[in-house]
Design a protein around this ligand. Structure first.
Ligand SMILES: [Zn+2]
Length: 289
């Protein structure tokens, strides 16, 4: 027991303490080989009193970190995925880096290692639907194999509903975005088993088909893969704004951090999805509620 603990004075953890805890929960070797995760910048010895959890480290969320006095930003998407030869302050990412270092704000990224973790990003998404009996859509292999880890989650809806109802339910259960939610398939199709994947889900269309689920919800679906998947008899599809599929995880990781350390943890509700306007032809009724 330290002197300060004897005095009943809480000692703020350092950046290193929080990074070590995050690394234990989201081991870096669980990330895909192309991914770049872990500590991006920050003074390891700096005390952490406030943490801000964000999907994207962009100028708007850096503004939020500086305004709220955050000492550490935990982000889902990597700031620096590709190698750079300059972080000059007249570049987009260089400016972010300079502002964070000047403001003494560290940056930590948990991306595909947080996707595959159990609980991970898709568990938080599945929880918004109350899905039961969760299992991975694509079980992890290699370092992350076992214990329910893997990409996406499959579960049973508490009550079956048709695709039109599920689309409206998803719109109510997930954070609102300008893009909203669109669905593909027969609106009357009854959905009992749902697969969900936080983030871009094109790559798991065939896995969703092979798993025999009734519907698959993810982000960033495209015309040809979606059309061909449906033509092949695959599950109905729900296409959600990328940010909205990953925002639920921020609450989960924030609650966990708060339980680990005597720190104030806040979650950013800055919608970092690029789409800002949505319209339908005013002479047409929307097909789905
Ligand atoms: Zn993502």
């Amino acid at each position: 027991m330290t002197d300060s603990a004897l005095d009943g004075v809480a000692v703020a953890p350092t950046v290193l303490d929080v990074v070590n805890a995050l690394d234990r929960r989201y081991p870096r070797e669980w990330a895909d080989s192309w991914d770049r995760v872990g500590l991006v910048l920050g003074d390891l010895a700096h005390p952490v009193e406030r943490v801000l959890c964000v999907v994207d480290c962009v100028p708007e969320t850096v503004d939020e970190a500086l305004a709220t006095g955050a000492d550490l930003v935990v982000a889902h998407h990597p700031l620096l995925l590709k190698p750079v030869s300059s972080i000059a302050p007249d570049t987009y990412k260089g400016r972010i880096i300079h502002r964070m270092i000047r403001g003494d704000v560290a940056l930590y990224v948990a991306h595909t290692n947080a996707d595959t973790a159990n609980p991970g990003v898709s568990d938080a998404l599945a929880a918004r639907f109350g899905l039961l009996d969760l299992r991975p859509l694509v079980p992890a292999t290699g370092a992350a194999a076992g214990e329910g880890r893997g990409a996406g989650r499959i579960g049973e809806l508490p009550e079956p509903m048709d695709l039109a109802e599920l689309t409206g339910f998803a719109a109510d259960r997930l954070p609102a975005t300008a893009a909203g939610i669109r669905a593909a398939g027969d609106p009357a199709r009854v959905i009992r088993t749902l697969a969900v994947c936080g983030g871009a889900g094109d790559g798991f269309l065939s896995a969703a088909g092979a798993a025999g689920v009734d519907a698959y919800l993810c982000a960033d679906l495209r015309h040809h893969p979606a059309s061909e998947h449906l033509a092949g008899g695959g599950p109905a599809l729900l296409d959600v704004a990328h940010w909205a599929t990953e925002r639920p995880w921020l609450d989960e990781v924030a609650a966990w951090l708060h339980g680990q350390f005597a720190v104030e943890v806040t979650v950013s509700d800055v919608d970092t999805d690029p789409w800002t306007v949505h319209a339908v032809n005013s002479s047409e009724k929307e097909i789905l509620p």
